[in-house]
Design a protein around this ligand. Structure first.
Ligand code: ATP
Ligand code: MG
Length: 362
């Protein structure tokens, strides 16, 4: 039995189909991240789970119980919003305990729950302040505290860190991970930040236009992207995509005379003459001035721009007419205008069918 099961959820606003059939089954304690660009339907799905919006069709179950039609407050779910939605006139203490107060939980039980949550979130000294006397990160903790005290079956988070500055985001991200490791509650978390998704999730659902493009562990999403969209969305800088043609068991870089050996695993499926998209992550490329690579590929390039970010040297180059990026070690000796070569291991190569956008099975 799944902790949370989303079955063929569809949502239309008039003629516009916002969700086009979403299926996800979560085990207890999973941390699912819904990842996708603005407007793909992440919040809509979260709101349907919370009961704040109604699905056009489909079912949602917690354990073996359908929660469609169940009042939001009876769903055993707690939601944390992007805008913390704290009550400005109430102290932190009462903000955290408000849900319990509404449910007429006895004062002593309430106070203990608030204190426990405050300790967990390290905001005990702030309990008697008003939200206006808190920093953004502290307000976010209070909002999380309010969800924590309810001890729900499922936590829902809608971009909870997007109002914080970069440093605080990082801190709160680690904090959330720590909390989840301690509480082991099932979580559905919405973000369009791929690093947040990669670091927090046990599984990621990459969404596009109301559909799930790929559902998998962070490793699967990163190492075996199922579509060009997923390949481009996860990873920064994004995966290089080169236009290639299968030619006599080799991959010819279109618009050049560069030919790469076709890895064995693709031989059964790469038809001669097929135009494909070759994907290579920037961090999978190394500088290889001599074609001495025993295994893998060597790609002749001309360096156009070199940027030192600190931890790495980002080199933008051309292979024939096509541009690609490599993330190299910071002390790599390479400069603008150099004619050199990049190398990569065989298993770093991805092939996609540009017509369907789908990865070619290896
Ligand atoms: N009440 C509504 N009426 C009509 N269309 C809506 C309504 N709510 C959402 N939509 C549309 O549904 C689509 C998905 O919206 P949703 O808020 O779920 O996106 P999102 O993935 O959360 O985006 P963001 O990252 O910007 O928050 C959008 O195109 C949006 O315009
Ligand atoms: Mg949203």
């Amino acid at each position: 039995m799944s902790a949370l099961e989303i079955q063929n959820i569809r949502k239309s606003y008039g003629a516009v189909d916002t969700l086009k059939g979403i299926d996800i089954a979560l085990q207890s304690g999973e941390f699912l991240v819904l990842l996708g660009s603005s407007g793909c339907g992440k919040s809509t799905l979260l709101n349907i789970i919370a009961g704040l919006a109604e699905a056009t069709s489909g079912d949602i179950k917690i354990g073996d119980r359908s929660i469609i039609g169940v009042h939001p407050k009876d769903r055993d779910i707690a939601m944390v919003f992007q805008s913390y939605a704290l009550y400005p006139n109430l102290s932190v203490r009462r903000n955290i305990g408000f849900g319990l107060e509404m449910r007429k939980v006895p004062l002593a039980v309430r106070e203990k729950a608030v204190l426990d949550a405050a300790k967990l979130l390290q905001i005990e000294p702030l309990l008697d302040r008003k939200p206006s006397q808190l920093s953004g990160g502290q307000r976010q903790r209070v909002a999380i505290g309010r969800a924590l005290v309810r001890k729900p079956q499922v936590f829902l988070f809608d971009e909870p860190l997007s109002n914080l500055d970069a440093k605080l985001r990082l801190e709160m991200r680690t904090e959330l991970k720590r909390l989840h490791q301690m509480l082991k509650t099932t979580v559905v978390y919405v973000t369009h930040d791929q690093i947040e998704a990669m670091t927090l999730a046990t599984r990621i659902a990459v969404m596009k236009d109301g559909r799930i493009e790929q559902l998998g562990t962070p490793e699967e999403i990163y190492n075996q992207p199922a579509t060009l969209y997923v390949a481009g969305f996860v990873g920064a800088p994004p995966m290089n995509i080169l236009d290639v043609e299968v030619d006599n068991g080799a991959l010819a870089i279109v618009g050049s005379d560069i030919r790469l050996p076709l890895p064995d695993r693709f031989k059964p499926i790469a038809r001669d003459g097929a135009r494909l998209a070759l994907g290579i992550r920037p961090e999978a490329l190394r500088l290889a001035p001599s074609a001495s690579q025993a295994a893998g590929i060597t790609l002749p390039v001309r360096i156009e721009v070199v940027e030192l970010t600190g931890p790495e040297l980002v080199a933008t180059a051309r292979a024939g007419q096509q541009r690609l990026t490599a993330c190299l070690a910071p002390r790599t000796k390479v400069g603008q205008g150099d004619v050199t070569a990049f190398s990569a291991d065989d298993d770093a190569l991805h092939l996609f069918d540009p017509a369907t956008g789908r990865a070619c099975p290896a």
